[in-house]
Design a protein around this ligand. Structure first.
Ligand code: TXA
Ligand code: MG
Length: 349
């Protein structure tokens, strides 16, 4: 199959191209599209076969449910039942935007889309191209991140092409995404809302709207014998091919430790890499020093993280070290992804 790429950003939405993309979805094909978080691999959420195609293209286990993307709030009532007041409040505050809500599913949603669950994940994205595409596709687009399972989520169309070339007919290229880590997931089917995956919308922001909100115990720690509530969170995501260690502690000590460890690894003939910030970038010596973003604005770190993790593989780096981040604000989402990438390997100085 040939994979076409069409460029479309928020200032340049082509209605003819969009209807073509929408028609592909209605025919049961897959189309990758930009959102404000990461690129999605879209299929018709109401067709079982589309869900199967998504799992096949990603090489993803079919017990890992998909998020249904909608373009209008009212559409939630078609795919969900017993929509609670909390969902309305969150939508008022954060939709369109990087928040996914887990609600009870209605009968129109096939179990193939929800991985056999009686609940469904719903998101109304903040990206104008995403919403226009969802409308053109009939209103209900199931979309996981558009990467092959186990690779970092794509933040640029070229990474979607790398992973999906020959497997899907069309990629809508909207340029680099703004946020760079996947949406916050909040489960509203429990008495107290539970965050299943941290993202740009933080616990504090949710609590300001809802009152008490809790967090899945497995979110920041790897707990033996406890399964995460979002089935997808149990897989070892975003793992670079090299071995990655997060080094935490006083900045000067971290720099010294990483430089020594890189020297030692280089002595054993290994290619070394450091994931750091623009504040410290000039202080490291390794085969490849990657400034992910700036500590002065951690949203830049979130935006650059997956790109840098992919580059580490492109450059075949074998021994990798990353600086650590505070878990305030977007820092929690950054650390959640970094910890997974590192298989929870942390050296605390
Ligand atoms: O930002 C995002 O959310 C991106 C863009 C494309 O919208 N999408 C995304 O999808 O990250 P995906 O499939 O990579 O991650 C979806 C996560 C998985 O961890 C999955 O297990 C969880 O959502 N999930 C989906 N439905 C669920 C449900 N009914 N109950 C619990 N977790 C659910
Ligand atoms: Mg994903």
């Amino acid at each position: 199959m040939d994979t076409n790429v069409v460029f479309m950003d928020e200032t340049h939405i082509e209605s003819e191209e969009l209807s073509r993309a929408g028609a592909l979805i209605k025919q049961g094909e897959l189309v990758a599209f930009p959102t404000e978080t990461v690129y999605g691999l879209g299929g018709d959420a109401l067709q079982e076969d589309s869900a199967r195609k998504i799992y096949a293209a990603k090489g993803r286990p079919s017990d890992n449910p998909l998020i249904i993307h909608i373009a209008k709030w009212e559409d939630i009532y078609y795919i969900c039942r017993d929509v609670p007041k909390a969902a309305e409040k969150l939508a008022d505050a954060f939709w369109p935007g990087p928040l996914t809500m887990i609600l009870k599913k209605s009968d129109v949603v096939p179990f193939a889309t929800t991985g056999g669950l009686d609940t469904v994940a719903v998101r109304l994205p903040g990206h104008a191209v995403a919403r226009a595409f969802i409308e053109a596709a009939g209103g209900y687009v199931a979309a996981p991140s558009a990467n092959v399972s186990g690779r970092p989520s794509p933040t640029l169309a070229k990474y979607v092409l790398e992973d999906m070339k020959g497997k899907i007919p069309l990629i809508i290229d909207g340029g680099e995404v703004g946020i760079g880590v996947e949406s916050t997931i909040v489960d509203l089917t429990e008495e107290t809302p539970v965050i299943l995956r941290p993202g740009y919308i933080t616990r504090e922001m949710l609590e300001n709207v809802l009152g008490e909100v809790t967090e899945d115990a497995t979110m920041m720690e790897s707990l033996k014998d406890v399964a995460p509530k979002a089935p997808g969170m149990k897989y070892r995501h975003y793992a670079p091919k090299g071995s990655l260690t997060i080094v935490a502690g006083d900045t000067e000590a971290v720099i010294k430790y990483i430089n020594e460890a890189c020297r030692e690894a280089a002595g054993q003939g290994k290619r070394t890499g450091v994931l750091c910030t623009s504040e410290t970038g000039s202080r490291y010596e390794a085969d490849s020093v990657k400034c992910v973003g700036s500590r002065a604005d951690e949203s830049t770190v979130a935006q650059g993280l997956y790109k840098v993790l992919r580059e580490c593989d492109e450059e075949e780096l074998e021994v990798l070290f990353a600086e650590s981040f505070d878990t305030e604000g977007i820092g929690q989402a950054i650390m959640n992804r970094l910890l997974k990438a590192a298989g929870h390997q942390v050296t605390q100085l």
